[in-house]
Design a protein around this ligand. Structure first.
Ligand code: ADP
Length: 262
């Protein structure tokens, strides 16, 4: 039987991550994807969920994300108070993949809530109901974490990290990144190559002191704008350089580099 690939999001593997994820899934373990923003972590999870034919629920965590948001809450409906499952509870009961994007951003009670799901117990305790649910056979917990971004403030505790199998994501090597740009946007090889070279140049300019540097996402965005008709240098300046810094001098240096390389 041939499997149709229609609807599968495009993902270019950069190492053994597909094989690792499959094994982690079959062994009912949780997985942590580490790496800077825009390096394909979310795309990878979408791709894997599709490949494994699982429903994916994604939560983009921020400083207000609490365990209640994940587990569920009582709501008042007319004269009644009814319980509404949160996305984590839904995923645990139905065997979906739950993806906690930027998990370190969430409130500490989120980490507490997922503890018993990340070890051999694989169960969720809902204190407001006084009930414990065993996770469905197919339930999988995936979390992502950006180690650089959290520098100085939000870290993941070693005791939490050690509950996950972990995969590192980084900027792909030039040939692969070039292929990603071509596949994603239909841009020609020459322009893709220039963009990747420019991206790598900026990534190596430590003296600019950028908090976050050029990600594959930014290069994809520039390619899209260029493909839809924006002048190439303008596309790069607005999609890649402007998001990186607000400092006049830094931007001037980045603009000069764009004029030189694109
Ligand atoms: P992250 O979750 O790490 O912040 P994303 O998964 O959102 O990053 O990736 C941002 C964009 O970069 C994607 O939408 C896609 O266009 C592109 N991308 C990055 N890496 C890959 C890859 N390996 N294969 C395909 N597309 C990729």
């Amino acid at each position: 039987m041939e499997e149709t690939e229609v609807g599968i999001p495009f993902y270019h593997a950069v190492g053994k991550e597909v094989e690792v994820f499959e094994q982690v899934y079959h062994n009912k373990l949780p997985i942590l994807l580490k790496g800077p923003t825009g390096t394909g972590k979310s795309r990878f999870v979408e791709f894997m969920a599709n490949k494994l034919r699982k429903k994916l629920i994604t939560i983009s965590c921020h400083e207000e994300t609490s365990s209640t948001d994940l587990i569920g809450r009582f709501i008042i409906k007319g004269a009644e108070t009814i319980w509404l499952d949160g996305p984590l509870t839904t995923a645990v009961k139905n065997g979906h993949i739950l993806y906690l994007d930027e998990v370190a951003e969430a409130r500490p009670d989120v980490i507490v809530a997922i503890h018993s799901l990340t070890d051999h117990r694989r169960e969720l305790f809902i204190d407001k109901l006084g009930e414990t649910y065993k996770a469905h056979e197919d339930f999988m917990l995936v979390a992502s974490f950006n180690p650089g971004y959290q520098r100085g403030f939000k870290e993941l505790k070693p005791s939490t990290r050690q509950r996950f199998v972990a995969l590192s994501f980084n900027y792909p090597e030039p040939k692969i990144e070039q292929e990603i740009l071509v596949q994603e946007t239909g841009i020609d090889d020459d322009m893709a190559k220039r963009l990747v070279m420019l991206g790598n140049k900026v990534r190596n300019l430590n003296e600019l002191g950028l908090t976050e540097t050029v990600s594959t996402r930014l290069l994809v965005d520039a390619s899209k704008l260029f493909q839809s008709g924006l002048a190439k240098r303008l596309a790069v300046k607005v999609a890649v350089m402007e998001p990186l810094s607000d400092e006049k001098q830094t931007l001037e240096a980045l603009y000069d580099l764009t004029d030189l390389m694109i």
